[in-house]
Design a protein around this ligand. Structure first.
Ligand SMILES: [Zn+2]
Length: 255
């Protein structure tokens, strides 16, 4: 895509330096209404945003009972859907993090970094009181980049984003999230000991497969088999076969 010369502003340049641009404005993924479950399952409170002091609605959920998982560990069927509530974002300043940590105080340095790092997402988000789920993911990504969080945290935020995008049938945003997720997952596997597990290596393969990067998918699946338990070995073997089938140009790729 060619940008007109006049369209390049300092803000666009800053965004380009900060990381890849979002593919496009995501579709409406809906709002976060209070879940229709008992109070013992979801607790609602209204802590003050640690960055701008606005009172923000937050929902903290108990773990759901999971009945069915997709091959990238997205919960497909559960007693209720926790994904929209994992993160909380301030509608006023766009500071966003894990709901359970949202109320936690920020240091002066953190606040300074966030003021700079959230500039872009604030510009694209106009409403003051209703915050769409797609924006929560962007805001959390920008917040944790500003706070220099580890790659593993950003991976988890973008993986969650890919799940929520899939639920909203927003395929463009889903791929965008998956690209961000895989970029950070590979870094996390390199640098963070807790990410050096067969399951995470499998996830690297699985996200690559879903993005159509079959060669990388097979490389990661092979690495995942080292140290994998019986169940994971079974899953990896099945996904390897599916990837090879998709690579065969004579056959149309399966979903
Ligand atoms: Zn705020």
């Amino acid at each position: 895509m060619r940008l007109k010369r006049t369209a390049i502003s300092a803000a666009v340049l800053a965004a380009a330096l900060a990381g890849p641009a979002w593919a496009q404005q995501p579709k409406d993924w809906g709002k976060r209404a209070k879940p229709d479950v008992e109070d013992s399952v979801a607790k609602v409170d209204r802590p003050a945003c640690p960055l701008c002091a606005t009172a923000v609605d937050r929902v903290i959920t108990a773990a759901a009972i999971e009945y069915e998982l997709d091959t990238d560990y997205k919960v497909v069927k559960a007693s209720f859907n926790v994904y929209p509530y994992v993160l909380t974002a301030c509608p006023k300043c766009s500071y966003a993090t894990y709901s359970a940590n949202f109320h936690k105080e920020l240091t002066t340095d953190d606040k300074k970094a966030l003021e700079e790092g959230l500039d872009e997402v604030r510009k694209e988000f106009k409403s003051e009181w209703e915050i769409p789920i797609s924006h929560v993911i962007r805001a959390a990504g920008a917040s944790h980049r500003a706070l220099k969080s580890e790659a593993g945290t950003l991976y988890e935020i973008y993986l969650l984003g890919s799940y929520l995008a899939r639920e909203a049938a927003d395929a463009t945003a889903e791929r965008d999230m998956q690209r961000r997720a895989i970029e950070h997952l590979v870094l996390a596997i390199e640098k963070e000991e807790k990410f050096q597990t067969p399951k995470n290596r499998y996830m690297a393969g699985e996200i690559h497969r879903r993005l159509g990067n079959y060669k990388q998918a097979l490389e990661w699946y092979a690495k995942a088999k080292l140290g994998a338990d019986e169940l994971l070995t079974k899953i990896v073997t099945r996904q390897e076969a599916q990837t090879r089938e998709a690579m065969d140009p004579k056959k149309p790729p399966k979903k």
